[in-house]
Design a protein around this ligand. Structure first.
Ligand code: NA7
Length: 547
C-alpha cells in the first residue's frame, strides 16, 4: 500500500497549468482577490483551496456556538453596493452557518467557483528566477506555474493541538474546534472536557453544557469577556443599514479597528469614578466590542485599563455564584484587551449550572491524558470527549506549513526563523511577485477582518495593474524596507499595553518554540491604509520594480 499520508511528488511528465496569478485559499480574502484580479484586471487566475467549499475560517470552524465577534452589518463585503442591498443578516452577531451561506451567496453571485479548485492543498511553491515564475505543487501532485503568487490562507487556520502525553491512548473521542466534523458532535449524556478559554472556548462552553452530562472546563489563563447581547435584527435596523452603507463604509475605513462605531475621545481619568462606572455599565448593556471604545486610553494607559479590568472582574464575581469558581475566573493576569477580548452569550452564567465545573490548570497543570480522561497534578477527570479549544499557530502557521522558497532557494521558514519579517505585511524580501493578504506585519487580526482584506486585495490588484501598465515584470520588497517596517510594527505594539499579555497568540507565545514577536500592526487600520496609499502613490517606494 502506498503511504497516502505523504504528499506525492510531482510527476515530471505532468503538464503544469500556466497562470497569471495563483491565489491560495478561498475564504473572504481569496474570493475577493480572485474577483479583483479576474474581473477588474482580466488576468487568468486560479484559487487553490484545501476544503471542499468556500469559506476558509468559516468552513473549518463549525464548533458549537461558533459566531462572529464583529457585528454582521460590518462583517460583510463593502465593494458591491448591489450585494449590500441584496443580503440581509438575521442576527446582530452571525453564526457560522449563516456566514458560510453568505460566502456561498457571494461566490455564486460573482461566479467565483469556476476558478476555484477545491480539495486542493498546496504543499510547495518555488520561485524560478530565470523564468520569473512561481512553480506551485499540490498534495495530489498537480503543478501550476504563475507569475504572481498570493496567499489568502487566513490568520487563524493552522490548528494548535497541544502535545500532551497520552492523547494517542485516549479511548474516547477528541476534536479541535478548528477542525470540527461536518456532521457535528452529539454531547448528549457525555462527560466532556474542554481545554482552552479563548474566544472559542468561551463561545462553545455554554452550548456544550446544554446537552452534555457534565462539562469540565480546563482553564490555563482566565479571560475577560463581555456579553454579546446578541439578538435578531429588526426590519427597521436592516433597512437603516441599507440606507446608510456609504456612511458605514466611511466609518469602518476611518476607525482603528475597522468597526462601525467611533472610539470615544476621552480619557478614563476625565470622569469621576461614578460617571465611569455608569459608562461601563451602559457599554455592558449594549454589549460587544464597543466596551473597548468607551475611553481612548484603555489600551495605552495601565491605570485607565485597570478601571475597565476591575469593572469586568466585579461583574464576573457578581454573576458566578460559587465564590471559589468566581475567584478562579476573575483572577486575570493581563490588561483588559491585551489579548483579543472575547464576547459571549452566557459564558460566566454557565458556571452556575450543576453540570459544569472549572479546573485551574495554571495551579494544577495537566500531566497526561489517559485512556479514560485527563490527569492533572493531584486529580483525575474521567471523560468521554475532549474538546481542544486551544487556538491556532496564528498568522505565520498557515504560511510556514507550506514549503515556500524564494530567490536562490531561500525558504520562508529560514527567512522567518527569528519571527516574521515583511514589508507592510504584504511582501517578503527575497520573494518576488509573492504577496500575503493580511500577512504578519499588517493590522489583520486587530481589525474587523473584511475591512483589512478588502484593503489588501485592492492594493495588490492595483499594484499588479500598475506593473502591467508600465511594462514591469517583477516587484520585490527591499530588505531595508522590511527591516524598517518591522521596527515600526514593534514601536506601534510597544506604544500599547498589548505586549503585556505574556500568553498571547499575537506574540506567538501560545505555541511552544515559536519566536516571540508581536505580529500584527497595532498602529490602526486607518493609519495603515494611509501608509499603503502613500507607498503606492510614490512609485511603490520601498519595493524594487523591474522590467
Ligand atoms: P486562543 O485565543 O488562542 O485561545 C486558546 C485557549 O487555549 C487559551 O485559553 C489558551 O490558554 C488555551 N491553551 C492553548 N494551549 C494550551 C495548552 N497546551 N494547555 C492548556 N491550555 C492551552 O484561541 P481561540 O480559538 O479561542 O480564539 C482565536 C481567535 O479566533 C480569537 O482571538 C478571535 O480572533 C477569533 P493561554 O491563554 O495560552 O494560557
Amino acid at each position: 500500500m502506498p503511504d497516502t499520508s505523504m504528499p506525492r511528488q510531482a510527476d515530471p511528465s505532468t503538464q503544469a497549468t500556466e497562470l497569471d496569478a495563483l491565489v491560495i485559499g478561498a475564504g473572504f480574502a481569496g474570493m475577493y482577490q480572485l474577483l479583483c484580479l479576474r474581473d477588474r484586471l482580466g488576468l487568468s487566475v486560479k484559487v487553490l483551496e484545501a476544503g471542499d467549499g468556500v469559506g476558509g475560517t468559516w468552513y473549518w470552524n463549525r464548533y458549537p456556538g461558533a459566531r462572529c465577534d464583529s457585528e454582521s452589518h460590518a462583517y460583510s463585503f463593502y465593494f458591491s453596493d448591489e450585494l449590500l442591498q441584496e443580503w440581509e443578516w438575521s442576527e446582530r452577531y452571525p453564526q457560522q452557518p449563516e456566514i458560510l451561506r453568505y460566502l456561498n451567496y457571494v461566490a455564486d453571485k460573482f461566479d467565483l467557483k469556476r476558478n476555484i479548485a477545491f480539495n486542493t492543498r498546496v504543499t510547495s511553491a518555488r520561485y524560478d528566477e530565470a523564468a520569473n515564475r512561481w512553480h506551485v505543487t499540490t498534495e495530489a501532485g498537480d503543478l501550476y506555474t504563475t507569475k504572481f503568487l498570493i496567499t489568502a490562507v487566513g490568520c487563524l487556520s493552522s490548528a494548535n493541538i497541544p502535545n500532551i502525553p497520552g492523547l494517542d491512548r485516549f479511548a474516547g473521542q477528541w476534536y479541535h474546534t478548528g477542525q470540527w466534523p461536518h456532521e457535528g458532535v452529539d454531547f448528549t449524556g457525555k462527560r466532556v472536557g474542554m481545554i482552552g478559554t479563548g474566544s472559542t472556548g468561551i463561545q462553545a462552553a455554554p452550548v456544550i453544557a446544554e446537552t452534555a452530562a457534565h462539562l469540565t472546563v480546563f482553564q490555563r489563563t482566565a479571560n475577560y469577556s463581555m456579553p454579546a447581547q446578541n439578538h435578531p435584527l429588526s426590519t427597521e435596523f436592516k433597512q437603516w443599514v441599507k440606507e446608510n452603507t456609504g456612511e458605514l463604509r466611511r466609518m469602518m475605513q476611518s476607525t482603528p479597528n475597522g468597526h462601525p462605531f467611533a472610539n470615544e475621545d476621552r480619557s478614563a481619568h476625565d470622569v469621576t469614578p461614578e460617571q465611569r462606572n455608569a459608562i461601563y455599565e451602559k457599554a455592558w448593556e449594549i454589549g460587544g466590542l464597543q466596551f473597548r471604545a468607551t475611553f481612548r486610553d484603555l489600551l495605552v494607559d495601565k491605570s485607565a485599563n485597570d478601571t475597565a479590568a476591575e469593572f469586568i472582574r466585579a461583574k464576573i464575581r457578581q454573576i458566578v455564584k460559587n465564590p471559589e469558581t468566581a475567584a478562579k475566573l476573575s483572577d486575570i493576569d493581563h490588561p483588559f484587551a491585551a489579548k483579543r477580548p472575547p464576547i459571549d452569550t452566557f459564558y460566566f452564567e454557565t458556571f452556575n449550572r450543576d453540570n459544569v465545573s472549572l479546573v485551574d490548570i495554571r495551579a494544577n497543570p495537566i500531566e497526561r491524558i489517559t485512556a479514560s480522561g485527563i490527569e492533572t497534578k493531584g486529580a483525575e477527570y474521567p471523560l468521554d470527549i475532549i474538546v481542544f479549544a486551544t487556538g491556532f499557530d496564528a498568522m505565520t502557521g498557515p504560511l510556514l506549513r507550506m514549503d515556500i522558497q524564494g530567490r536562490d532557494g531561500l525558504a520562508l521558514k529560514e527567512a522567518w526563523n527569528a519571527g516574521p519579517r515583511s514589508y507592510l505585511g504584504l511582501q517578503v524580501a527575497g520573494f518576488p511577485n509573492f504577496f500575503t493578504v493580511t500577512g504578519p506585519g499588517s493590522p489583520s487580526v486587530l481589525c474587523n477582518m473584511p475591512v483589512a482584506i478588502e484593503q489588501h486585495a485592492e492594493w495588490i490588484a492595483n499594484c499588479i495593474g500598475h506593473m502591467r501598465e508600465h511594462g514591469l515584470e517583477r516587484i520585490e520588497a527591499k530588505a531595508e524596507s522590511a527591516d524598517q517596517w518591522v521596527d515600526q510594527v514593534n514601536a506601534a505594539a510597544n506604544a500599547t499595553l498589548l505586549p503585556q499579555a505574556k500568553h498571547s497568540w499575537y506574540l506567538g507565545a501560545n505555541v511552544p518554540g515559536k519566536p516571540r514577536v508581536f505580529m500584527p500592526y497595532a498602529g490602526g487600520m486607518a493609519r495603515y491604509r494611509e501608509i499603503c496609499a502613500d507607498v503606492a502613490a510614490n512609485d511603490y517606494k520601498g519595493f524594487t520594480l523591474s522590467a
